[in-house]
Design a protein around this ligand. Sequence first.
Ligand code: AMP
Length: 219
Amino acid sequence: MRIILLGAPGSGKGTQSQRLVEQYGIPQISTGDLLRAAVAQGTPLGLEARSAMDAGKLVEDRIVLGMIRERLAQPDARKGFILDGFPRNLAQAQALDEMLGALKQPLNAVVLMEVDYGELTRRISGRRSCTDCGKVFNVFTSPADPAGTCPVTKTPHRLFQRPDDNEATVKERLKVYDEKTRPLIDFYRRKGVLYSIDAAGAVEDVYERLHSALEHSRL
Ligand code: AMP
């Protein structure tokens, strides 16, 4: 299965990817996670990406495409992948088409996760991630179980809020989504691989809709 989850920040791409990883046994490839790791490690690439990320703007295509090319070449991506947060503009989508064409690995489905603006901002303000395992929680909709433990540290999850999940940056990120990423909906619709789901509501209910869209895409 080669899947793209398309949707605004806060639409639940990361959360639903975690479920898909368990169900289909394919890796989640999140350019946001790859970039945050590069920033945390202080690599030259991370240093270059950081100011765009802090401002809620897109990181340069050259950087993101280099990361994706390298990640897709790893052995675990051969059986499939879930792209989360990539592509984010038409140039990236076209470059991805070329990469997958060369690998003879066409996309099975692009799932558009639709959530209204009010719900997006509420979800983003409640989002928390585990410092050690990266699992994403939400203080409103899916809080960490106080009795649960992190698989990495075997102690309770140590939660933090992403620095770009503040009000001003979120506003910019949603604007960037509208201007740069939304055109991908038509791009993939024309290719006949687009499925839209209502991504509002409980995580489990959204997963049901996502799963049935993906099963349908295999028919
Ligand atoms: P995300 O975790 O997907 O919300 O991404 C966080 C930030 O990383 C974004 O606001 C961008 O600054 C940057 N980013 C992530 N993915 C991409 C991408 N495909 N193209 C450009 N910038 C990206």
